[in-house]
Design a protein. Structure first.
Length: 194
């Protein structure tokens, strides 16, 4: 499942994996690939819970969409396929999650949500070009500083998860054939371990 040998941890002998399985119905390969350091899995799970899972200023839908947009931009087949399935599992209504990941701009999302995703995409893709004007523009759509802060954290969380999955060679948990990156990126995205 990854480039690194895995320790013999599973949902029968590791309580965190049992909790994850009861919550989602499976233990993601993302965590299984890191069993040599259970302490780091636990720290990451706490971060994921605090930033992604717990609803606060942003809704879970907004957070999942930010994660999808950033992961697709980073060509993380692993993270995009996992979070497309999580969107389905959670019953989040809207366009197909693959559409959000590949090109949310042509979806039927409300303009206010597209503005948030555009901000996240800019931070993810061109972080040094982000300005106070970009933050001020989000405020014109009614986003609070807390929501903007959470958006920034979500972009960082997605980038972190993408790079961990790249570095460990994490194999997708689900079929990635529904995911079609644009042609210029298809060569990079074709690897089953992105």
């Amino acid at each position: 499942m990854s480039y690194i040998r895995e320790a013999a941890l599973d949902e029968t002998n590791y309580p965190l994996f049992a909790d994850i399985k009861s919550q989602f119905g499976f233990v993601p390969n993302f965590y299984r690939a890191q069993t040599t350091r259970p302490d780091l899995i636990e720290a990451q799970a706490q971060l994921v819970n605090a930033v992604l899972i717990k609803e606060s200023a942003l809704t879970r839908k907004q957070k999942e969409y930010i994660f999808l947009v950033c992961s697709a931009a980073n060509l993380s087949t692993y993270c995009v396929t996992a979070h497309c399935e999580i969107v389905r599992l959670l019953g989040i209504e809207g366009p197909e999650p693959e559409q959000i990941a590949i090109d949310y701009t042509v979806s039927n999302l409300p303009l206010i949500l597209k503005a948030l995703l555009s901000f996240a995409a800019k931070l993810n893709n061109e972080p040094t070009k982000l300005t106070k004007g970009d933050v001020d523009a989000l405020r014109t759509y009614g986003y609070s500083d807390e929501q903007i802060h959470e958006t920034v954290l979500m972009v960082g969380l997605a980038k972190f998860a993408n790079y961990v999955s790249f570095g460990l060679g994490t194999v997708p948990d689900f079929d990635s054939s529904r995911l079609k990156f644009p042609a210029k990126e298809a060569i990079s995205a074709a690897s089953p371990v992105l």
